[in-house]
Design a protein around this ligand. Sequence first.
Ligand SMILES: Cc1ncc(COP(=O)(O)O)c(C=O)c1O
Length: 401
Amino acid sequence: MHHSISGKEYRMAVDTIDEGDIKDLIDWLQTGPRLTQGEVVDEFQRQWADWLGTRHAIFVNSGSSANLLMYYTLLASRALVNRKVVVPAVSWATTVAPAIQLGFEPIMCDAEPQTFGLDPNRLEDILKRDEADAVILVHVLGVPCDMEAIMSLKEKYGFYLMEDACAATGSTYDGQYVGTFGHLSSFSFYFGHHLSTIEGGMICTNDSRLKAIMLQLRSHGWGKDLSREEEAWQAREYRIDGFNRPFTFYYPGFNLRSTDLNARIGLSQMKKLDEVIARRIENHKVYQENLRPESGFLLQQNDRAEICSIACVALAQSTAHRARVTEDLARHGVETRPLGGGNMSRQPFWRRDLPEQEFPVADRIAATAFQLPTHPAHSPADIRTICDIAMNAIADGLSAA
Ligand SMILES: Cc1ncc(COP(=O)(O)O)c(C=O)c1O
């Protein structure tokens, strides 16, 4: 990044773990806790589920692990009638990767031009043609997908829905939190996300059977994290004698656990969740008010949503125009980023074995989108300054074009 003209810098991600969190962690460490996954993880899961309003929450070591576990839980539950899964072209590598790793047949779907989430019309074409039994969607950078249309397709075609809400903590659609629409949902607590546990992820569900399978898949496949009744029921079912019960592996599992240390940071972060959400929503609104379509930028949008974004995405008019605007922003100390991986079918990991595909909306996003900071370290006044810089940059860009 260039040195800023004004000396002030507006960064995409500033550490969310602050001095208070560190002090809390040190005080707690001095009490000599066990550190590995235990009762602090249980408490963090409980608080997260209570906040979101799902029956269950399961803490894992990253958002990517959460996605992996969602996919594999659907397989392990034997709920799927086929292995076809619809994946979004505008997403993240590890939203799509588990489909490849686990032998699904991924079918990629273009984005909808407003929300940048799955396009319900393209999704229906795929469902009619391929009868996919699972769909994963992403609420891209916090903007909810068109959930009414997607939920009515779910009703009509009966697929399992996974929601990748890794960058969307706190966003609502028609007043309902994202991460509560699907059978399973994932969140990420990586550095710079809404909350951070250093690394971390959460899977949420209302389905107790899927939850029980996940608890086992998270830890080697054994039953130790189940309730006493669930574990006893399985031991009876498989005729396991008492001595061997603790080392009985019911599923071909992973180890995707986090630790009480990370959960302790998570609990400390939960205390400022409401404030973080309010600030990110407010910051996002400042962009929406100032970078209106007539400004020359197109912002990602969902009129039925409160958007608690991880960043605000704007589309420039062309790749060259984006280059001019982002360079101008950088000169003024405003950090920008491209939007993740663009059209995922053009990424090498996909092209290795699967066909690259043309997706008009995803390709346009890849060519012209850039992210602007909504991090709560920035005040609404800071965001207004960023908007002014962007507007001046676009005016320069247009006159230079
Ligand atoms: C949409 C989406 N899904 C999944 C992930 C992966 O989360 P993590 O970095 O915690 O593995 C990210 C990461 O930023 C993401 O943006």
